[in-house]
Design a protein around this ligand. Structure first.
Ligand SMILES: Cc1cc2nc3c(=O)[nH]c(=O)nc-3n(C[C@H](O)[C@H](O)[C@H](O)COP(=O)(O)O)c2cc1C
Length: 374
């Protein structure tokens, strides 16, 4: 019955809502989507209705990772709820967890508009926001009084501002962001891979990353910290990040962020890209999927469960999510799939995952992690 309702919601989104909203500026639609989420998260009735329509539960999808209970492995990736305003509706939409942010120590307006474009044929987005957010203090105020119904990860990045430039300033800034937010949420992600900032790549330099992680680890934050990587890194840099992460107690990796490598992407309509592209910004969705999958496989092959992997990039179906899990991800995240397919996608992915787990003869999704990696 509920899967029929989700199918109807999918048809309404695809044929009624999407053709209208895809004619409007993507950032305006994003902002409206957040407003709608805030509204639906405010009231018992709207929360219950949303949950009835969209939420899918099954015991086989539940996991306990670092003592955190995940009702399912599908999370909202960092960048949709930048200001941590939608926390009260995300669980009802069917997500198993949410990553808010990225948040920086100081507020930042981000890059000038326009800074978000659709690649309709390629099923991706060009993202050039540049870490707009209200800063760590405001995020702490926002989160502090909320009842967290699902695990919340907080993505922390260096403030994107010409005032925070030198290595010393950058590290002080990141450490201060962690300090301010240390008491909130369930896990942290250190986002070192935003391609839209002034000092992109600052922490790909192993010496810089090592100093930053040393100072962050000195804060003795009791919650797990992940590092979010770019899919465009050389394997040598990936190896160095793994090595330094080992030394400083990093618990896992988010693989991956958006990609800048236009020439390396499969599933990319080059003609469409040429019309829209300014060479700035990173690309999400289907064009990044293979790059993210390769990175997940590589890191899992090297580390075999020593680090928890959150797989991200181009998930549009249960099969896409399951592929990442079989390559080594314990959890997955998405944004672009939801924008292209509609909010019912989360329940549909979870329903599909439960079927795939059963079909493969597993009792729990955790048994599928990494089984395609020799
Ligand atoms: C609109 C938008 C904003 C994003 N902002 C952030 C961000 O602030 N921090 C971050 O770590 N990733 C950010 N990302 C990257 C996503 O978290 C994710 O890694 C990437 O989009 C691939 O997943 P997807 O294909 O499911 O969208 C953003 C992505 C999108 C589409």
């Amino acid at each position: 019955m509920k899967s029929i309702l989700r199918k109807i919601a999918q048809l309404i989104y695809k044929n009624g809502i999407k053709p209208v909203i895809f004619k409007i500026d993507p950032e305006k639609v994003h902002d409206k989507g957040v407003e709608l989420g805030v509204f639906f998260g405010k009231y018992r009735f709207t929360k219950k209705t949303t949950s009835f329509l969209f939420n899918y539960s099954d015991k086989s999808l539940e996991q306990n990772i670092f003592g955190i209970k995940f009702k399912n492995p599908v999370g909202l990736a960092a960048g949709y709820d930048k200001y941590a305003r939608m926390i009260q509706i995300i669980g009802d939409l069917g997500f198993g967890f949410e990553e808010v942010g990225s948040i920086s120590d100081k507020p930042s307006a981000g890059n000038p508009k326009p800074r978000l474009w659709r690649l309709i044929k390629s099923r991706g987005l060009i993202v050039g926001y540049g870490l707009n957010n209200d800063g760590a203090q405001a995020a702490a105020e926002q989160i502090k009084n909320l009842k967290l119904e699902i695990p919340i990860g907080i993505s922390i990045a260096k403030t994107n501002s010409p005032k925070v430039c030198s290595l010393e300033e950058s590290i002080t800034d990141v450490v201060s962001g962690f300090k301010t937010l240390a008491g909130y949420g369930d896990y942290f992600t250190f986002n070192i891979s935003c391609p839209n900032t002034l000092e992109e790549g600052l922490f790909y330099n192993p010496k810089n990353l090592e100093i930053a992680l040393k100072e962050i680890s000195a804060l003795k934050i009791s919650k797990p910290i992940f590092i979010k990587m770019s899919p465009d890194l050389s394997l040598q840099v990936v190896d160095e990040i793994i090595e330094i992460s080992r030394k400083y107690g990093i618990k896992g990796f988010v693989l991956s962020n958006i990609t800048k490598h236009r020439e390396m992407m499969k599933n990319l309509d080059k003609e469409e890209l040429k019309k829209i592209d300014h060479g700035k910004g990173g690309i999400s969705g289907k064009p990044v999927e293979d790059l993210a999958d390769n990175l997940i496989k590589y890191v899992y092959q090297k580390t075999r469960g020593e680090f928890i992997i959150i797989g991200c990039g181009g998930i549009f179906s249960a099969e896409d999510a399951y592929k990442k899990i079989r390559l080594g991800a314990s959890l997955v995240q998405l944004i672009t799939g939801m924008i292209f397919e509609g909010p019912q996608l989360i329940g549909q992915i979870n329903e599909g995952l439960a079927k795939l787990v059963k079909k493969d003869g597993f009792k729990n999704i955790s048994e599928a992690i990494g089984i395609d990696v020799k």
